[in-house]
Design a protein around this ligand. Structure first.
Ligand SMILES: Nc1ncnc2c1ncn2[C@@H]1O[C@H](COP(=O)(O)OP(=O)(O)OP(=O)(O)O)[C@@H](O)[C@H]1O
Ligand SMILES: O=P(O)(O)OC[C@@]1(O)O[C@H](CO)[C@@H](O)[C@@H]1O
Length: 306
């Protein structure tokens, strides 16, 4: 079974304004609301690729209620814990001359709520895949992913972590199966600005030396690079297309990568399907569906993209 955990899911309010000026009253030209949060996005794209998963996490307030309603129609199982204090986030994504994001705070998660999640995770068994994705509400310590991994250690559960800074650094000694920072997050972790692909590969290898089995670095319109557990380095470019909304491209890449890997254990195939899913979402208003993903997979199978 595949499980995703989203500690802080959201309603993504995507708004387009032809002109956006900071400090002024701006008017929207287009708006849409999507169920968001990285783990939920991964579950959604896995469902598009016909892989079932169970989404776990926490919700609260009227926004949490709306998330639960929407999740019912996304094609996967969910088992969220409702918490009392605060509300699930509304994350604002402004598309204008530039893309600006303002992600909300999220609810207060009490120790007892965490215990409920731990008990659910105790039911995972050998061969299961667990995806820990996204940021956590401020009320939780940033060793939480590490604590989960420590609890599940030795149970032959493949764990994927898509997080940043200490939340990610702290899990490395527990040898996650896959991590997927983007190139900017990779630089941030080492307090450096990475400009060349050689530098990106060098620092990705450091994350592997620190414990990660496979390191996938996404680079938005510049594609992605994968360092595998066999120390192979694969690169993948992006197909041509018009970017509509890149929110969730990274999550789609994680879902596509996993779907590809679980199909036949081939890393090049996994990277290609992950890349196709990432670009397909960037070229779609919301998250991409199977047809868009497979079309780009075919495109990336042609010469010149590796
Ligand atoms: N502008 C783009 N054009 C084509 N493909 C893209 C574009 N942006 C993203 N992708 C594809 O999606 C993958 C993941 O994108 P990105 O590096 O932006 O992830 P991310 O920063 O984790 O995104 P997010 O947090 O929004 O999910 C890229 O490696 C690439 O394959
Ligand atoms: O604040 P976090 O948890 O890091 O990121 C949350 C988020 O920006 O990530 C998803 C895209 O990857 C969106 O659906 C969501 O709003």
């Amino acid at each position: 079974m595949i499980y995703t955990v989203t500690f802080n899911p959201a309603l993504d309010y995507v708004v387009k304004a032809d002109h956006f000026t900071l400090g002024a009253v701006n008017r929207a030209d287009w708006e849409g609301i999507y169920c968001g949060g990285k783990g939920l996005n991964v579950s959604t794209v896995l469902a598009a690729l016909e892989l079932g998963s169970t989404a776990l996490g926490f919700v609260a307030g009227f926004t949490g209620h709306e998330i639960l309603e929407r999740v019912k129609n996304l094609g996967f199982r969910s088992d969220f814990i409702q918490v009392e204090k605060g509300m699930s986030r509304i994350n604002v994504k402004i598309k204008s001359q530039e893309e600006t994001e303002l992600n909300g705070m999220g609810p207060e998660i009490a120790t007892e709520d965490l215990e409920i999640l731990f008990h659910k995770l105790d039911c995972l068994s050998s061969g299961d895949v667990l995806i820990l994705s996204g940021s956590i509400p401020k009320t939780i310590d940033d060793d939480i992913y590490e604590r989960i991994m420590a609890r599940l250690r030795g149970r032959e559960i493949r764990i994927v972590v898509d997080a940043t800074k200490d939340l990610l650094i702290n899990v490395l000694p527990y040898e996650p199966f896959l991590i997927k920072p983007n190139n900017h997050e990779l630089g941030e972790m080492f307090h450096v600005t990475l400009t060349t692909i050689e530098e990106i590969i060098e620092y990705a290898k450091r994350l592997q030396e620190m414990g990660a089995q496979n390191v996938l670095i996404s680079m938005a319109g510049d594609g992605a690079v994968l360092i595998t557990d066999k120390k192979e380095v694969y690169r993948m470019g992006v197909p041509k297309g018009t970017v509509k909304n890149s929110v969730g491209a990274g999550d789609s890449m994680v879902a596509g990568f996993l779907a590809g890997y679980l199909e036949n254990g081939n890393y090049e195939h996994a990277l290609r399907l992950g890349s196709a899913a990432g670009s397909a979402t960037a070229f779609t208003e919301g998250l991409a569906g199977r047809d868009e993903i497979m079309k780009l997979y075919e495109e990336l199978s042609k010469e010149g993209y590796r």
